[in-house]
Design a protein around this ligand. Sequence first.
Ligand code: PHE
Ligand code: NA
Length: 453
Amino acid sequence: MTTSQQPRAQWLGRWGFLLAATGSAVGLGNIWKFPYITGEFGGGAFVLVYLACIFAVGVPVMMTEIALGRRGRGSPVDAIRRVVKESGRGSAWSLVGWMAMLCGFMVLSFYVVVAGWSFSYVWKMLTGGLGGSSVDDMVAVFSANNQSPLNLGFWSTLVTVATMCIVGKGVQKGIEKSVGWMMPGLVLMLLLLIIYGAFSGGFGDAVTFLFAFDASSLSSAGMLAALGHAFFTLSLASGAILTYGSYLPKSASIGRTAIGVAIADTVVALMAGLAIFPAIFANGMDPGEGPGLIFMSLPLAFQSMPMGTLFGVLFFVMLSMAALTSSISMVEATLSWLCDNKGLSRPQAAWSAGIVLWLVSTLAMLSFNVGADWTIGGKNFFDWLDYLTSRFLMPLGGLGMVVLAGFVLKSETFREELALSPTLYAVWLFMVRYVSPLGIVVIFVDALGLYQV
Ligand code: PHE
Ligand code: NA
């Protein structure tokens, strides 16, 4: 049914896809979420399971998604429908695409709230709004920022508008152009922050916490969280990578790109941990503090350090840019679908998606003030969006992708797209057929407690 009259857009520059995909992967997941869930699930053993998930499940899934996107040249729904048809299989498989598109949108709805915290902290840092001398003072600043729906809503709305302004301009003039300066800027700021952090002491406890293996701290809930986070942090099963892949020229190597993105993402997460935990332990804080972790301990640590305000501003500017290069990738699947199927222009698609996003994200934002008590099963709306996407939609969507690749589609599809040597192709196939699906199923069944039945 799809009628895309114009040829599909492609990345202009040689580094277009790599920059955009790394921009998508590196985000709040690395700097905000990874440290706090590592804290919650007890450190080293969690990190080990997480790394195993990244390389045994994440990389094969990412290669699959890029290949599906490039082969099908469309949004997840359209691309998967075309590729499945090419192999003569039933159209019900496009459900995997619908799930991914929905998942990207749900993630974005809570992501803009956290990105809004980051933007507001740039402002606070600049205007001296982060004064205080104790952990309690910082907790007070953080909750005051959340208290007013108008204040918090202003910041999440700002992120929504910024995201839509970029994607509305299109793949080359919007996404590619913005990541072209934001990604180099981000790397530079991160390097400066790490050099700065290395001179401020307190490294030992953090290293022990992140890398000391204590099997007894590992729970099945922790394993599901590690699996879910591996998907989240690599932007998988959410339409982002697949849709970016649909703009990839035929000549690019999918395997090399996927491994590059995974390594960059992992390095940034570990560096974020090494930058944040020393400050936590030095201030006698609890590493299991939860979502507010980097917004409370870090500003306090910066205050007691030379040139702390400058580096504090740098940190939150860096975090905000990391968030923006991710948020633009989360709507791209929806935008591409709207443009190809509903005949909308890029700006029209951006603003229609933006309005819906604004409504849902406002509900998520209210979870921190007036809607704090609107809970089901102890979770508010914000928590549910996070929980459903990273613990269920992503692992299940990923399972759908690897089953498609390993068992449903014709093998030529991936032989041609991946263009690997016979040995590497065999490794990839073994991963998507056995290792990734089994890993996902075992962790799932374990976490749901079905073994006990
Ligand atoms: N990978 C991003 C991060 O780590 C989050 C993300 C999820 C981006 C899904 C796109 C799609 O912050
Ligand atoms: Na990430």
